[in-house]
Design a protein around this ligand. Structure first.
Ligand code: ZN
Length: 154
């Protein structure tokens, strides 16, 4: 699947950078090194491109014309459940979803039909703009502190 590889490479680089910036120099355990890559990899997880998993990326199922409020509720539940697992994968899933919510192609829980995203969507994922970028880093920082206090795994 060429497309998933190239798409993952583009948008995932950004996830990696946002996560790195959010961690800064403050995270002393080994996840400080592996977590950015794990957040990136969520775009390659099994089922990640399916419309019914659109909420993994702060989007809604376009095939069922899912209600945006329901999609947001699923997104929030997903972030909380993922965080509460206190695992690196759970944290990565939560971070990825929250970061996606700041990309122009995801912010209004757009309908996701699966398959190839539009050029604008990809473009937005790669170049979200400085304000969006900073906001995504800030939200990631908040998530990291929530994780630390919830899981006390430092
Ligand atoms: Zn994503």
């Amino acid at each position: 699947m060429n497309y998933i590889d190239s798409y993952g490479l583009l948008s995932s680089r950004l996830h990696r950078r946002i996560t790195k910036d959010a961690i800064g120099w403050s995270w002393s355990n080994e996840w400080g090194f592996t977590l950015p890559g794990e957040v990136q990899r969520v775009d390659a997880y099994e089922g990640t491109q399916l419309p019914e998993n659109a909420f993994w990326h702060h989007m809604r199922n376009g095939k069922t014309d899912e209600d945006p409020d329901l999609a947001v509720a699923k997104y929030l539940e997903y972030v909380n459940i993922s965080l509460a697992k206190c695992t690196e994968e759970g944290l990565a899933r939560a971070l990825h979803a929250v970061q996606d919510s700041f990309a122009p192609g995801h912010e209004d829980v757009q309908a996701w039909m699966g398959g190839m995203p539009s050029f604008r969507h990809i473009f937005g994922d790669v170049f979200p703009g400085a304000n969006r970028y900073d906001a995504a880093v800030g939200a990631s920082k908040n998530l990291l502190s929530a994780f630390k206090s919830q899981c006390s795994c430092e």
